[in-house]
Design a protein around this ligand. Structure first.
Ligand code: SME
Length: 138
């Protein structure tokens, strides 16, 4: 339906804007819980296409955030044993959960080709972005 299409379009615009504006954001995507299934589904992204459009809860950084409800900052992806590699160029990752009415319904996921680039400022900024995104989802 039209509303879904326009939300998808706006989410893609958010991904593109973040990727173009912040030099160390090299892939930006939104994953959402896939209906009643215990998995995440990629809804919108900017950057190279990924094979990992479905991620089971608990798997990888994204799947862990789906169950922990907490930000996950990875300064060095090579040091993670529960990690799903999307590109050999990725050195670091940040995942911030997206809450609607207090419920973790999805997340923003950002990959970086720069080592250890993410600070508390990125966390606060992405929490703010997710709050704004929650408003367009309601
Ligand atoms: N690296 C993620 C998978 C998603 S890709 O980064 C786009 C993970 O470990 O969950």
């Amino acid at each position: 339906n039209t509303k879904e299409l326009s939300v998808d379009h706006r989410l893609t615009q958010v991904c593109e804007l973040l990727m173009e504006t912040i030099p160390y954001y090299d892939w930006v995507g939104f994953y959402f819980k896939n209906g009643d299934k215990e998995e995440l589904k990629l809804r919108s992204f900017a950057g190279e296409p990924t094979d990992h459009d479905i991620i089971p809860f608990g798997k990888g950084i994204c799947g862990q955030v789906a169950v922990s409800n907490a930000n996950f900052v990875v300064p060095d992806v090579k040091a993670q044993n529960n990690y799903i590699a999307c590109s050999i160029h990725v050195k670091a990752e940040i995942v911030v959960p997206l809450f609607v009415n207090g419920e973790n319904i999805g997340q923003i996921d950002i990959d970086s080709h720069t080592a250890d680039p993410f600070s508390k400022e990125d966390e606060r900024f992405l929490e703010f972005v997710n709050e704004k995104v929650a408003e367009i989802l309601e």
